[in-house]
Design a protein around this ligand. Sequence first.
Ligand code: VGL
Ligand code: ZN
Length: 183
Amino acid sequence: MGKKALFIVDVQNDFCPGGALPVPEGDKVVPVINALMPHFEYVLASKDWHPAQSVHFEKWPVHCVQNSWGAEFKEGLNTEKITKVFLKGTSNKDDGYSAFEATNENLAEYLRKEGITTLYITGLATDYCVKATTLDALKEGFEVYVVTDAIKAVNVHPNDGEKALEEMQKAGAKLITSKELLS
Ligand code: VGL
Ligand code: ZN
């Protein structure tokens, strides 16, 4: 049987209140994700990891610049449990929303090498990097559960988060709550 991994998308200071591109209630995912960690052998994370200048910053305020405070994991996240970090958004020529576009290590290859077939996706933001990572995971043939109380949306438009969830489900993602996952 395939192995499962907890995947934490972009839980970084800049995406939380007080950061450069705050996701409303972005910090609320931290205790939920921390509670899930002990139940997984593999706890993988991505970081939005932009060069100081990027076309990405024509759409968004400057955020998650490589090696800056804003790009660090959100305070309180149990980072000692994280077994591997995938850096994405590293090109100055595209957005690089998906963790499958990580450049320090190829995520799909890593998962296959470890025999991981199922991802439980958490983090920020539902309507951008969580969505892009989920859709790419499905395209690559992985089974995907999105943990609905462990994600938060930017909601540039009010229903973007809900629409993103529908889109992920249509593409084959399953929705689960952390309570269901822990029971
Ligand atoms: C993200 C907007 C810009 C995300 C990253 O992590 O969802 N959103 N860069
Ligand atoms: Zn970004």
